[in-house]
Design a protein around this ligand. Structure first.
Ligand code: ACO
Length: 360
């Protein structure tokens, strides 16, 4: 079983295959209670449920309450993942947060999650790679485990994009939603096929971005913090980038696209997902989608979709699963792993999830 990686077009594949002794031990998700439907948006901007469903596949999205932030939602998703993994917070060595909508410029949401969980032994930091943030954090965590530095790592993607969406702009407000997803990664007794690829093109930074308080003067007033994008440009880029990254990840693992049992793509737009799957020759039953209920939740989208794929019984021991994403940067990447079974969700965690809207 091999670990292969490369991080750019010019970087050569690693010559020496390595074994990665890491597996997902627990999965968690959290969704805010408030649901905003397309019909709600019809009352806010000049749009229609039919247009939104036809052009994006989104029917509704969750929106955080005033007292919720990326870190508070991350804690709830993390608790569920830890319960399933039967890992006590004190056993965590590291927490990596992935977000583009943190509680503040600093500290990292990972530090707030560490405190919220009482994971006092754990180191903590965040990664911002826009919608590729969770994948990047997951790959980083796996490297700490592979090197023997850490045994148990919590990776959590959490977003309150509703706070950086211009709710008067119909071109963007229909697309995004809030939520959090988490995984516990553990050193495993045996390795699984594993590969990842990452790419970046900073020349496309102006096609998808949100300014912040440290942007140049004139760009730093709150009205400029909203997500801005060239939708049609991003659409074309996304389809091409997700196909390329998927093909590279399977090739790096010594496999072919036919070996993919389940593709879990970033949930940005159903048309982007369908076009990517079509170019790869993957039928709908081998491609996970839940964008209809959540919209684009950036760093949270893949762990949310992964958790739901598991809930739906779509993950079996030995399945080759590929995560693939694109986002502002521009950045794109894919990660392949072989599925190892996770334990049942303890009844107490199921109840907590039901109360907090986190699903079964
Ligand atoms: N309701 C009704 N009409 C709309 C809406 C809306 N919500 N939004 C746009 N329109 C109109 C436009 O004004 C335009 O009208 P015109 O022809 O009179 O000028 C028409 O619909 C077509 O607009 P397009 O932008 O060409 O529509 P398109 O089919 O490209 O769909 C969309 C737009 C959905 C944004 C698509 O381009 C897309 O999904 N792009 C990718 C977005 C994405 O994935 N972004 C990632 C962000 S992730 C991150 O990093 C946070």
């Amino acid at each position: 079983m091999h670990l292969s990686c490369y991080t750019g077009a010019q970087t050569k594949l690693l010559e020496t295959p390595l074994t990665i002794p890491a597996r997902i031990a627990g999965l968690g998700k959290y969704l805010p209670e408030r649901v905003v439907t397309n019909f709600d948006l019809e009352k806010m901007v000049e749009t229609s449920d039919a247009w939104i469903r036809d052009r994006t596949g989104v029917r509704e999205r969750h929106v955080a309450a005033d007292d919720e932030t990326a870190s508070t939602m991350a804690v709830l998703a993390a608790r569920q993942a830890l319960a399933q993994a039967e890992v006590d917070p004190m056993e965590l060595d590291l927490i990596i947060g992935a977000t583009t909508s943190p509680d503040g410029m600093f500290p990292a949401i990972a530090s707030l999650v560490q405190h919220g969980l009482g994971a006092r032994r754990a180191a903590a930091f965040d990664i911002n790679a826009a919608c590729v943030g969770f994948l990047t954090a997951f790959a980083t965590a796996s490297q700490f485990i592979l090197s023997g530095t850490y045994q148990r790592v919590l990776v959590v993607g959490s977003e309150v994009l509703s706070r950086i969406v211009d709710w008067s702009d119909r071109g963007t407000c229909v697309l995004f939603g809030d939520g959090a997803g988490a995984v516990v990664l553990e050193a495993a007794k045996r390795g699984e096929p594993f590969s990842f690829v990452f790419h970046s093109d900073g020349g496309g930074a102006d096609k998808l971005f949100a300014h912040g308080p440290c942007s140049q003067p004139g760009e730093a007033d709150p009205g400029c913090y909203f997500i801005q994008m060239d939708g049609p440009h991003i659409f074309k880029f996304a389809v091409q980038a997700m196909e390329q990254a998927t093909r590279e990840a399977v090739q790096a693992a010594g496999l072919t696209v036919d070996d993919i049992d389940l593709l879990i793509p970033h949930q940005a737009n159903l048309r982007i997902i369908d076009a990517t799957a079509k170019r790869l020759g993957l039928p709908p039953e081998r491609c996970m989608t839940n964008v209809d209920r959540y919209g684009n939740t950036s760093s949270a989208s893949i762990p949310l979709a992964l958790r739901e794929a598991w809930e739906q019984g779509r993950l079996h021991e030995g399945d080759r699963v590929v995560f693939v994403a694109f986002g502002g940067g521009l950045v794109w990447g894919a990660l392949l792993l072989e599925w190892a079974p996770v334990g049942p969700v303890p009844a107490a965690a199921r109840e907590a999830a039901r109360v907090t809207g986190g699903g079964s």
